[in-house]
Design a binder for this molecule. Sequence first.
Ligand code: ATR
Length: 274
Amino acid sequence: MDRYCVFGNPVAHSKSPRIHATFARLAGQSLRYEARLADKDHFSDAVRQFFGEGGRGCNVTVPFKEEAWQLAESKSVRAEKAGAVNTLLLDGAGRLHGDNTDGVGLVRDLTSNAGINLAGKRILVLGAGGAVRGVLGPLLAERPAELVVANRTVAKAAQLAALFSDEGPVSAAAFDALAGRSFDLVINGTSASLQGELPPLPTSIFSANALAYDMMYGAEPTVFLRWAQQQGAQVRDGLGMLVEQAAEAFRLWRGVQPPTQPVLEELRAELLRA
Ligand code: ATR
């Protein structure tokens, strides 16, 4: 049976084995997918060993996405620009090929699942770390009217805006420079939610019918989503992004697009029960 896995540290909490097992069942594909804990100093050995044993592909999660980018012998254009790889597979010549499906996952969740047309929209992205770098290219490919990257450390936002300036109307801003501006979509890509913190945002940033999106998810809405709801915005967490990035990896490996809706519903129900 074809074997796949996700490498991370920690990795026991990963939902990827469940997601891919369900995709396989729904798409009539026969495969095995497991979570593998990689030692922080021996990620590349673990990957080589897995492919050496006949593994067909793997996902890569925290903290190894940048190292996977280094390790890949070839990369998709989107992964090259993202500076991070979350999906590895072997190319026709048996070399390690890296891709990044996070940005496409976010865009599909917004467009297919939430039904939002991003063309012509004003988008604000909060944060300028690895998570944000991974999604800027696919967001700009949807042709928004503008995309502003705001970050606590403004220089990092400016670096990202410069890196992606050839892909669309992207600019950088400090949080306090957002006062008086409004956006149709505000995406939280900071890790502030993890600490239960809220980036210091002016209350005016949501236009009428705006959507607030947090790339994190949990049983409870994040601090950011609770705040956004109080401002009258629609809210959505990152569970759909998780399922959609997995679906894109599955497609790359198997050549088959798996159905995502049943998986998303199952995970949501489980989160609410927990
Ligand atoms: P990741 O790979 O998950 O993006 P990262 O590269 O460490 O992680 O980036 C974390 C992001 O969250 C950064 O944009 C960080 O802002 P700084 O660049 O100024 O450090 C942002 N962040 C983390 N905690 C935050 C907080 N409490 N308020 C606002 N931004 C925060």
